[in-house]
Design a protein around this ligand. Structure first.
Ligand code: SF4
Ligand code: SF4
Ligand code: FES
Length: 244
């Protein structure tokens, strides 16, 4: 029998349900949907919510891999549900919320709280003694440098690298690949007047770049393909020189 005559697949979405606010302990629940052409997990989950269980919690905003809100464990691996085609997965798909982050319910987690905390801890904003003049013409930047900064700014804060990080499971103060990537981004920015010694104060210990075990799950799961491996290795060399 060829694939065309076998008809649409019957998919089972095995979802880890829970609700901390209602005291519902984590448990697996199966939902069955018929696969459609070009179906993503976003479409499948919406079908479950519309036709089988309106109480199912999960987050989506853009459906296009831009907002970062649909991160979840897909067959045990962090990924974006809106960018995951069911045809690339088996007929049984397990879905669970990203670990590390505060659980809201079912597949929904509070990534924003973790991201805010890390941004405050690492002071991820431009530190400059210059007065800001909103009427001034923007200072030009070399296109190569602007491109290098943009490359690191592509992070959508989906939390997949955080959820895949072994160090973060053991040490919750660890800033993760996303935190290290942000430091690398501000280190590149000529408008930021911080020195490597200043950055060392922020990430020069085992909650920062020296806590990273370099197994690179972060790099493997990042849906935006950020160069996390290169940035972590580069920062480690720079911070080792700064602390010497
Ligand atoms: S390489 Fe470092 S930041 Fe990336 S997952 Fe491993 S421990 Fe975490
Ligand atoms: S670095 Fe990649 S995996 Fe981590 S939050 Fe940003 S986009 Fe997501
Ligand atoms: S819904 Fe925005 S990244 Fe998936």
């Amino acid at each position: 029998m060829n694939a065309a005559s076998s008809g649409p697949r019957a998919l089972t979405l095995r979802i880890l349900r829970s609700s901390p606010t209602e005291g519902i302990a984590p448990h697996w629940q199966d939902f069955h949907v018929e696969e459609a052409e070009g179906m993503t997990l976003f479409i499948a989950l919406n079908e479950v919510r519309e036709t089988l269980d309106p109480a199912l919690q999960f987050d989506f905003v853009c459906r296009a891999g831009i907002c970062g809100s649909c991160g979840m464990l897909i067959n045990g691996k962090p990924g974006l549900a809106c960018r995951s085609l069911t045809r690339d997965l088996g007929a049984l798909i397990t879905l669970a919320p990203l670990p590390v982050f505060e659980l809201i319910g079912d597949l929904s987690v509070n990534t924003g709280k973790w991201m805010r905390g890390t941004a405050e801890r690492l002071e991820t904003w431009i530190h400059s003694s210059q007065e800001v003049d909103l009427t001034a013409v923007e200072t030009p930047m070399e296109p190569e440098l602007a491109e290098a900064i943009y490359e690191l700014d592509r992070c959508i804060e989906c939390g997949c690298c955080v959820a895949g990080c072994g160090t973060l499971r053991m040490r919750e103060e660890f800033v993760g690949a996303i935190g290290l990537n942000k430091i690398a981004r501000f280190r590149l920015d000529p408008r930021d007047e911080r020195s490597d010694d200043d950055f060392y104060q922020l990430i020069g210990d085992d909650t920062g770049v020296f806590g990273c075990m370099s197994l690179l799950a972060c790099h493997d799961v990042c849906p935006k393909g950020l160069p996390l491996q290169t940035q972590i290795a580069f920062l480690r060399r720079k911070m080792a020189a700064s602390g010497a």
